[in-house]
Design a protein around this ligand. Structure first.
Ligand SMILES: COc1ccc2cc(-c3cnc(C(=O)NCC(=O)O)c(O)c3)ccc2c1
Ligand SMILES: [Mn+2]
Length: 250
């Protein structure tokens, strides 16, 4: 469990974005991450849309960037993913989630910006990546989402797993925050819970082996200048920017 003094875990019933922003600004500046429970009213509708997409067989095995020829990427990450932008007819509730995340992140970066948020200009994001860890102890080994300045500054993950019991199901998100005194934080992927964290080296993390099907929706937000530099660097080295086609920005 996350030690209570440290846990920026929030069981909040706040009804407006400003309250969410204050919580996120405080926790992201102090701990580097923020957890909010009971995030939306339409969680069930979002889950139904995700299950519908999964049952249609549209998810693909998650890739690993710089995957060495001889390594089995399954050993690194076992998720299956699909990218959506939320405007698809069967994703209207997922689209609502994306709009709320956009509103919160933009307010944190403009109207209420303090501390670390002042360092970024966030105007773009990826599409939403819906990930399913299918159970049978699939996991994602310890990694950093953006270790080499690819432009991503905030990771936001919305969880959809009802009755999640960490003892029976595993699948906990384990964060190793480098800010503060670096206490390890175990985040259960509970239904209608959202987490925001800095995507860079401040937050190494892993998905522990999951014994049951585990769904999450991730959106990454870009810092404009870091993103532009990253694309320029890959163009100069005439390397196809690995994330452009895969992270399907926007
Ligand atoms: C080359 O194309 C791609 C396309 C998609 C990619 C997605 C991830 C990724 C990163 N982090 C997590 C994670 O930390 N999940 C934590 C949780 O679910 O609680 C995750 O599930 C997936 C990494 C590399 C990718 C490369
Ligand atoms: Mn990650």
């Amino acid at each position: 469990m996350i030690p209570s003094k440290f846990a920026p875990n929030r069981d909040t019933f706040v009804k407006n974005l400003e309250n969410y922003c204050q919580i996120i600004l405080n926790d992201m500046n102090q701990y580097g991450f923020c957890v909010i429970d009971n995030f939306l009213q339409n969680g069930d509708a979002i889950l139904n849309e995700v299950l519908h997409l999964y049952q249609r067989g549209w998810f693909q095995a998650g890739q690993v960037v710089n995957n060495k020829a001889n390594s089995n990427s399954k050993l690194i990450r076992g998720d299956q993913i699909i990218w959506v932008d939320g405007s698809e007819p069967i994703c209207t509730n997922i689209g609502f989630l994306i709009q709320i995340l956009d509103s919160i992140v933009q307010r944190c970066n403009t109207m209420f910006a303090v501390g670390e948020f002042l360092k970024y200009t966030i105007t773009r994001r990826t599409k939403a990546m819906i990930a399913c860890y299918p159970g049978n102890y699939t996991k994602y080994v310890r990694h950093i989402d953006n270790p080499n300045s690819d432009g991503r500054c905030i990771t936001s993950i919305y969880y959809l797993n009802k009755d999640y019991d960490r003892e029976k199901h595993g699948g906990v998100l384990r964060l190793f925050p480098q800010m503060n005194d670096g206490i390890v934080a175990d985040i259960e992927p509970k239904f209608n819970r959202v987490i925001f964290f800095w995507s860079d080296r401040r937050n190494p993390h892993e998905v522990m082996p999951s014994a049951r099907m585990r769904f999450a929706i991730t959106v990454w937000y870009f810092d404009t200048s870091e993103r532009a530099k990253a694309i320029q660097k890959y163009k100069e080295n005439s390397i196809q920017y690995p994330n452009d086609k895969d992270l399907a920005p926007f």
